[in-house]
Design a protein around this ligand. Structure first.
Ligand SMILES: NC(=O)c1ccc[n+]([C@@H]2O[C@H](COP(=O)([O-])OP(=O)(O)OC[C@H]3O[C@@H](n4cnc5c(N)ncnc54)[C@H](OP(=O)(O)O)[C@@H]3O)[C@@H](O)[C@H]2O)c1
Length: 269
């Protein structure tokens, strides 16, 4: 039996926080959660897109929307968010924002590699700890951490990004195992290529060699459908088939295969 939307509200309401909310998958999460009756805390760096999304949400749905403009890579980000949401009961956190420097490992500045660790690893870690604690003490709630299929094995040209996404997946899976007994549902959403503004900006030259990217809305629907069930979701049947194939071959074969596909996508950099 599919849970009703009031079950959804009881488990994950009344407020959801989307970290990296203004475009792409984050925006699709915000709109879908609002349509299910949750009020939204929308966070990203730029105020303008957040404010217009907040206005759209309040106009379309009978919920509230609050914006918090912060750099989620900042070491003190949890303090800023905790302060901005101190008066709210956050029942669901979606950690969506990520940074992916593309190029050969040695040619990318160390600072860029470190920035991806700040945004993609420390960010979800500190938010899961802060909000996970309040959720566990209430005995309900949910956390969704966005990961990527590039984190299922090493991947050339996005070496550090791939490693951060492996961190996100494994963090979410461990939290799934720990927090189930406390009533908190955790999910790693391991996405494949998805049509988002960031994806379009880094649009590979030879897009023809790529499987057709998924739409953000579809990724979100599949993720919310799996939340409260398994620890890990790979959205899209084709993506699941690729992931299964990569588990059958050796780590070396998987790493070479995905790295070559990535090189064909982005060209030599
Ligand atoms: N798109 C894909 O093909 C794909 C594939 C696999 C996995 N994923 C995963 O899906 C997630 C979303 O990807 P996406 O393509 O939608 O793009 P994204 O660039 O990861 O996310 C964009 C959103 O995050 C915000 N953001 C970016 N950096 C931020 C920062 N330092 N502090 C605060 N907010 C920040 C952006 O707003 P501001 O610019 O205003 O800050 C925007 O709202 C990521 O975790 C990614 O790893 C995506």
């Amino acid at each position: 039996v599919e849970p009703t939307s009031s079950d959804f509200y009881r488990q994950y309401g009344p407020w959801a926080l989307v970290a990296g909310a203004s475009e792409g998958i984050g925006r699709a999460f915000a709109l879908e959660l609002a349509s299910r009756g949750l009020s939204l805390v929308l966070s990203a760096r730029r105020d303008g897109p957040l404010l217009s999304l907040a206005r759209e949400i309040e106009a379309r749905f009978a919920v509230k929307a609050r914006t918090v403009a912060v750099d989620l890579a900042h070491p003190d980000v949890v303090d800023s968010l905790a302060q901005a949401t101190a008066d709210l009961e956050i029942g669901l956190v979606v950690y969506n924002a990520a940074y992916a420097p593309i190029g050969s490992f040695l040619s990318i500045d160390l600072a860029q590699h470190q920035r991806s660790i700040d945004l993609n690893c420390r960010g979800p870690l500190v938010l899961s700890h802060h909000y996970g604690n309040s959720m566990a003490s209430r005995g309900r709630g949910g956390l969704i951490l966005m990961s990527s299929m590039s984190g299922l094995q090493g991947t050339a040209l996005v070496t550090t990004y791939a490693a951060t996404k492996a961190f996100d997946m494994v963090l979410a899976e461990g939290l799934w195992a720990e927090l189930r007994a406390r009533g908190v549902h955790v999910l790693a959403c391991v996405a494949g290529a998805t049509r988002t503004p960031t994806f379009e900006r880094t649009q590979p030259r030879d897009a023809g060699s790529l499987a057709r990217p998924m739409e953000s809305e579809q990724v979100v629907l599949e993720a919310l459908g799996e939340l409260g069930k398994g620890p890990t979701l790979i959205p899209g049947r084709l993506n699941r088939a690729v992931a299964t194939a990569m588990r059958v071959v050796s780590r070396g074969q998987a790493t070479r295969f995905i790295s070559n596909a990535t090189r064909r996508m982005y060209g030599a950099r």
